[in-house]
Design a protein around this ligand. Structure first.
Ligand SMILES: [Zn+2]
Length: 228
């Protein structure tokens, strides 16, 4: 990878972007990178931006158009669906007035420090300027994604209650199956957000219509099985 970056670096500055794109397109490292990202992604290799669709593309978080020297930087690669990669985020990479990135970097930051998911609506609200830019650039509240998150919340609720019944009946095989159902769901962010909000100050209000689910989300055994 260093050799490839070096080859881009020695190109004249106005040719670096084209050189990086060409090297990336013809490189054999894309296949192992794609495989490694697939192993890291939640659920069935879902897109690291929307959490809904299968990740098919390797996205450059810091776009090649802006930073060709990061074309082969492992920490700059994310698994994305083609909609998020080619139509939504594209080459957009907003920065603040000091040049610091305004997109949440999921490889080094906790998205929930910047974004709050309203579970009953499936909608993200920003907690920080980074959160605001991320919602806008990634279209997190567009494309029917809120509806998909609401559906994910229902499926997670059903699976967790079924897990509890199996737990009370000492049926460990069934318990594992229900955990598997949750883990392989699209919108893994919904379950992760539920687990986090179960211990937030407003938890009793957030789970006001389902206190049994709140109790389940606080169970250490279940949390251990579901927290990434
Ligand atoms: Zn996507």
């Amino acid at each position: 990878m260093n050799t490839l970056t070096q080859a881009i670096n020695v190109a004249p500055s106005d040719e670096r972007c084209a050189k990086a794109r060409e090297s990336w397109r013809s490189s054999t490292v894309r296949k192992p990178i794609r495989a490694a990202l697939g192993d890291m992604a939640a659920g069935l290799e879902t897109c690291m931006y929307c959490g809904e669709s299968r990740g098919t593309d390797i996205d450059h978080f810091d776009p090649i158009a802006r930073n060709p020297l990061r074309a082969f930087d492992w920490l700059n690669h994310l698994l994305a669906c083609s909609t998020c990669n080619s139509h939504q985020k594209r080459d957009r990479f907003p920065v603040d007035e000091d040049g610091n990135p305004l997109l949440v970097d999921p490889t080094s930051e906790d998205p929930f420090d910047h974004l709050l998911l309203t579970l009953s609506l499936g909608i993200y609200s920003p907690l920080t300027p980074k959160g605001k830019a991320t919602i806008e650039v990634c279209g997190l509240n567009d494309r029917g994604l809120p509806r998909g998150r609401m559906q994910a919340r229902r499926v997670v609720g059903l699976a967790l209650r079924a897990w509890n019944e199996a737990c009370e009946g000492n049926r460990s095989g069934e318990m594992l199956e229900h955990v598997h159902t949750v883990r392989e769901q699209p919108f893994a962010d919904v379950c992760q957000s539920m687990l986090r909000q179960a211990f937030s100050p407003g938890a009793d209000v957030v789970f006001g219509d389902s206190p049994d689910l709140l109790a389940l989300l606080r169970k250490p055994e279940l949390r251990e099985a579901l927290l990434r």
